[in-house]
Write a protein that binds this ligand. Structure first.
Ligand SMILES: [Zn+2]
Length: 305
């Protein structure tokens, strides 16, 4: 394959993010690996995350790491290492339960527990949150009130697309300020390109691994240079681990999880060469500030909900 010259990208800082979880935490394996057996599984999250840290060092990239509370509880040194190596830590919840499958009370308990564990391990604030499988949808918007009440100032859980398990297709496509009953927070949507009436994902995960890299490069270049928007990219430590144990799931689940694992690290290196990345916090710093008391002060208001 011929590689085109890297696009010029000096003016746009994109956000890099990692959902720090092990291969058996993924929603597709819900019911195949019960939570009660997680502790018996071979853990590979530390070595895979440390590998990502080494790669980010090589390319001088700072990232946001949304850490699963269950992982932070068992591997607090990993959270501390992420912070010490100059990255941002945020929360991926505690038990990797889909938001719309929880009651507001269990969701509150989950995010409160995760935030406390991550902050204790990292020795710093963790004011960002991303839900498992982008599971804040139109039927779980109540979660935003709970996130605000529990001290989060940004959320990255809403994908403005149609998908079988998540998405709010009419939601704004760039970071926006949300005013809720409980207060305010910044919402950082998953990245899409708009083609006709459709928003198509370009921000990582299975779309990065399964589709040709040319799709991601075209999409992020379009966002940066045509729409003058930043992209928010995401990946998981298990995505650069082709040696991980194979778990049984339906064919679609297996396809989504295992396809092209051996290619992801190489693609990530190309991505880090082609575009400029920083933390989600850095992306939001031109749009909002957080006071020492945790108060969110918007500097720009692209949208209000
Ligand atoms: Zn996850």
């Amino acid at each position: 394959m011929t590689v085109a010259p890297a696009p010029s990208h000096e003016s746009v800082l994109n956000a890099m993010s990692v959902d720090v979880e092990d291969y058996f935490h993924v929603s597709v394996f819900d019911g195949i690996v019960p939570r009660s057996t997680w502790g018996d599984m071979e853990s590979r999250v530390c070595r895979n995350t440390e590998r990502l840290l080494d790669i980010f060092d090589e390319y001088t990239v700072r990232s946001t790491f949304f850490v699963l509370g269950w992982v932070a509880e068992r591997h607090p040194h990993l959270v501390r290492t992420i912070v010490q190596r100059g990255h941002e830590v945020a929360s991926h919840g505690y038990a990797h339960r889909l938001v719309y499958d929880q009651t507001p009370a269990t969701f509150r308990e989950d995010v409160r527990r995760a935030k406390a564990i991550i902050e204790d391990a990292g020795g710093c604030a963790a004011g960002g949150y991303r839900a498992p499988s982008y599971s804040i949808t139109s039927r779980s918007l109540w979660a935003l009130d709970i996130l605000i009440e529990e001290g989060h100032w940004y959320d990255a859980s809403i994908f403005p697309i149609r998908h079988d398990r998540y998405g709010i297709p009419v939601s704004p496509r760039e970071p926006f300020y949300v005013q809720r009953r409980a207060g305010a927070l910044m919402e950082v949507p998953g990245s899409t390109v708009r083609i006709g009436p459709l928003n198509l994902p370009v921000g990582g995960g299975g779309y990065f691994r399964i589709l040709p890299y040319a799709w991601t490069r075209w999409g992020i270049a379009r966002l940066n240079h045509v729409e003058k928007q930043a992209a928010v990219f995401y990946l998981h430590p298990w995505e650069i681990d082709p040696e991980q144990p194979r778990l049984q799931a339906g064919w679609l689940g297996r396809f989504r999880h295992y396809r092209n694992l051996a290619k992801t690290e190489g693609r990530l290196r190309t991505l880090l060469t082609d575009f400029t990345f920083g933390t989600v916090g850095a992306l939001l710093s031109t749009r909002a500030q957080v006071t020492s008391t945790g108060q969110l002060v918007p500097l720009a208001l692209p949208y209000l909900w």
